[in-house]
Design a protein around this ligand. Sequence first.
Ligand SMILES: Nc1ncnc2c1ncn2[C@@H]1O[C@H](COP(=O)(O)OP(=O)(O)OP(=O)(O)O)[C@@H](O)[C@H]1O
Length: 567
Amino acid sequence: MRMLEMAVAIDQHHGFKPFSRSHKCRLQSFTQYDYNNILELTQTNLAHSLKQVAFDVANIHRSFSTPCLSLATNVEDEFDTKQRIEIIGGRGAPRVRALVVEVAIALASGVEPIPVSSGLGGAYFLPARNGDVIAVVKPVDEEPLAFNNPKGFAGLMLGQPGFKRSVRVGETGMRELAAYLLDHDGFAGVPPTAFVNISDVGFHVNDTTANTNTPYKIASLQRFVQHDFDSGELGSSSFSVASIHRIGIFDVRLLNLDRHAGNILVKKHERQENYGGEAAELVPIDHGLCLPEWLDDPYFEWLHWPQASVPFSEPEIEYICNLDPYKDAEILRTELPSLHESSIRVLILCTIFLKRAAVAGLSLADIGEMMTREFSGGEENLSVLETLSAKAKETVKKMVSDDDDETNERREEAEEDFEMFQFDIGSEDYFNDVVDFPQPLKNSPTNMSKPPKIPRLSSVKSMPGLHDASLSPLYEENDSEHDESDKKTIKENGCSRVDENKSEALTRSMSFSVQNCNCEPEGITFGDMNESEWEMFLEAFEELLPQTFEGTKGMGVKKRLGSSCEF
Ligand SMILES: Nc1ncnc2c1ncn2[C@@H]1O[C@H](COP(=O)(O)OP(=O)(O)OP(=O)(O)O)[C@@H](O)[C@H]1O
């Protein structure tokens, strides 16, 4: 009832005539309400009736800036003040706060999570007080293979190679957030997602006596989307070209390894203009297996759908052209400091590949085909993208070794010159001679640091917020700020710290151990190149593209469609 009062007060403030028809509609959708309005109201002191609301708004406001969302209320008897939810990642992303406030209220009112039976990982629907499901929570320690997985796929510690070896156990949750952060302007329609620390309100633990158990869990939190089907339950002919292209473009950028039919929810719409058939809105979910640490084999369900072979529209080309992989990389480095640089480089490469391919006139199907490995004669062959990347890496290797040879030659010459110089120093001609000392080469490859290894995790500290040191010289500079024990951990792990403040919450909360893990890449990786080599690699890669695209145009269509194409 107090929620209703609050809604009425807010809506009056926004000019709704209380309990008019339009206002009733408004109230029905109150759960969708942008709770920022509540904060606004508090500040303008309009909230006479809000004094009675079911939680302390001021406290929530304070909590956002801390950013812990405390649920202290004025009515302790009605609400459980112990339940907490803390945003670890995605605080500034659109509609995330509103989602978290709703969940906080739900937790405080004592709702229990409902385990989701489908999927391999532990996932829970969180209902609001009125029973409507508002969010999906996926704790990282319940991911497939993680130690608290409730579906019989447990056994590994966080940080070990996961179900897909290029994504470590415990690291799918942060990728759910990465996907949301990269879905600019809601282009693909990824539901609002956050990375949170949430009270354990009945989530699963396999061994209740284990010292890895905590009263809270790190989890991804996603807005629940009402839907009628998943795309596997409906023929793809019901889907518009644009809706499939939007998801496809997104999957290509993030190299999604897991776009199966169940991960596309379908909201049925009434018949719409511009579409031949029954239109349906597609909502992509489950992005835990995006952004692998190396070029792994993606799975694109849409690759088999005829719409993927329709050329991109002008607005789609424009969207693709406006993508900026370096800005995207910065977003991830800032918001998710624990995401490995090798994964960020996968994003950069795939985005460049998409941009260049789209401009060259390739279709989504062509592009997806080139990224996917092919099975023939019982063998798995490298994808076109992998082959290109391998070639470009070879080029870099050759350039570096040529430069090394040149530098060695010059060094030898210098040594000889120096000997001559020492020899000549006593001679008569000494002061008349101009001695030509070899100068160090500018940007000489020998000045580059040794190619880094993929980061190895050996302690809980290494997981959140620690990166591969040699990939990020910038981060190394911060090391002086940290205490000796931190340095020791960093040194032992071959990692350096990115941003302690950003990752502190996560670090603090992860009291279970992260397994020492040697994740040797099983594919083309980009984490083994230093900055200069990476730049050289991208140049070499881009140079290879035009020729490759020439022979590829329409390949996707021919392979999959044969002659007919109906949708
Ligand atoms: N945002 C959402 N809105 C509505 N339903 C959702 C949402 N996210 C997940 N679900 C439901 O929960 C189920 C399990 O979620 P999800 O597929 O993300 O879990 P998973 O364990 O990672 O699955 P998988 O084994 O397929 O990778 C989905 O099949 C879907 O029915």
